[in-house]
Design a protein around this ligand. Structure first.
Ligand code: T4K
Length: 376
């Protein structure tokens, strides 16, 4: 009988040792504070601020709520220029605020919003730009800020993938007016569900805190129709413990990524992203682009072939948000406006990457790629 192949997912969370959790749980059970800015929440906020080297941070139940609240806190309205090459939550956050998303094409090099194409999309209704550091590759924040300054726009970075990115000459999370991180279970750093906003002034931090707690400024005063976006004590404890292991996770992922890069370098028709000029990458994802003509098989063929072997690579971010039924009728969503994003959406595949991924598994993935590459 043939041995059943192990299932390999695109990612696996790096969890802290279970025995380290128990003393924290005992404390929670003892003091019975479960949420609403409890002691572990306060401690996690402080330690995370230290890790990111920032002053102001608001913890959230997840990044989607953080994006929704962040846009409200900055009083963004009208139209916002954003990328179609992201997870749907980026655009949904705009819609939940009654804002019209305006899709801008992306650059080949980073797969992030193309700053040279932003200006042409600005109208009198534009109030902000919402780029995404896709896969953790930093956007061209200087070029984006120049445009924002020229037209008086705010910049909100969806930094859901950018945990642990270290730029040589700046703090990525302090670019623009705010950055929003995700700590979802599929992320490099996880609190099961979770997220955070990094902002640059105390007043804004306070306003976000009110908005994520129903709008309560004190016991009796509600200053806005806020929402419940709070992170709880359990998530905060997981966060505290995960902080202790995140650097090791990045280092392990780096090793895995380097194995991939080495093994993929001679395969025709597969493009990897391994130029990290000016920053230390976090290895959150391992995206590759399959050029069907050069590779001799389509992205779909490779995706299906891997799946046959129980390897679940993911087509992040396909379909493009601009091609989804809820957004495709927007004037900016036309394929002719977004040629690069549409091309990359058809070619991209995220291969499995996580700290515990074994070299043998990477070799297996490469073996499957080599087998269907007809242009060897
Ligand atoms: N902005 C951007 C740019 C984002 O990428 C995201 C989230 C957000 C905003 C919003 O952040 P949050 O509100 O979620 O904090 C996943 C995630 O659900 C989503 O959080 C993430 N982006 C997106 C890129 O990916 P799926 O549909 O791929 O998840 P799922 O359940 O298929 O998981 C993929 C694989 O990961 C599974 O096959 C196995 C593994 N996995 C997953 C989970 C949930 C685990 O091993 N353990 C787990 O607990 O969307």
């Amino acid at each position: 009988m043939q041995k059943k192949e192990l299932t390999i997912y695109v990612t696996r969370p790096n969890l802290p040792p279970l025995e380290k959790l128990h003393p924290y749980l005992e404390q929670i059970w003892q003091n019975k504070i479960l949420t609403n800015n409890g002691p572990f929440h306060q401690q996690f906020e402080k330690e995370l601020a230290k890790y990111f080297n920032v002053e102001h941070i608001n913890l959230f139940a997840n990044a989607t709520l953080a994006l929704v609240v962040g846009l409200q806190a900055l009083r963004i309205t009208g139209e916002v220029i954003t990328t179609p090459f992201s997870f749907v939550a980026t655009t949904h956050a705009l819609k939940w605020n009654g804002i019209t998303p305006v899709f801008c094409d992306i650059e080949e090099k980073t797969m992030n919003i193309d700053p040279t194409k932003i200006e042409a999309l600005i109208t009198p209704k534009t109030t902000a730009i919402m780029p995404v550091h896709v896969y953790g590759h930093p956007c061209d924040t200087e070029a984006i800020q120049d445009i924002a300054d020229k037209y008086g726009l705010k910049v909100i970075y969806d930094a859901a993938h950018a945990f642990g990115i270290k730029m040589k000459n700046k703090n990525l999370l302090l670019e623009g007016d705010m950055s929003v991180l995700s700590f979802h279970g599929t992320k490099l750093f996880t609190t099961f569900e979770g997220g955070a906003i990094i902002s640059k002034d105390e007043k804004l931090k306070k306003r976000i805190d009110y908005l994520k707690n129903f709008g309560f400024a004190d016991e009796l005063t509600v200053i806005a129709p806020g929402i419940n976006g709070k992170m709880n004590e359990f998530q905060s404890v997981i966060g505290l413990l995960s902080l202790e292991i995140v650097e090791e996770e990045i280092a392990n992922r780096k090793k895995a990524a380097e194995t991939y890069f080495e093994k993929l370098k001679d395969i025709k028709g597969i493009k990897v992203f391994n130029n990290f000029d000016g920053y230390d990458y976090n290895y959150a994802y391992l995206p590759v682009l399959i050029d069907e003509n050069e590779f001799g098989a389509s992205r779909e063929k490779l995706y299906d072939e891997l799946k046959k072997h129980n390897i679940y690579a993911r087509r992040y971010f396909y379909p493009l948000i601009s091609n989804m039924p809820t957004y495709r009728s927007l004037p900016s969503a036309g394929k002719e406006n977004l040629p690069v994003a549409n091309k990359i959406g058809e070619q991209v595949l995220c291969l499995p990457i996580y700290g515990a991924l074994e070299v043998e598994t990477i070799s297996k993935v490469i073996g499957i790629i080599e087998n269907i590459n007809t242009k060897k």
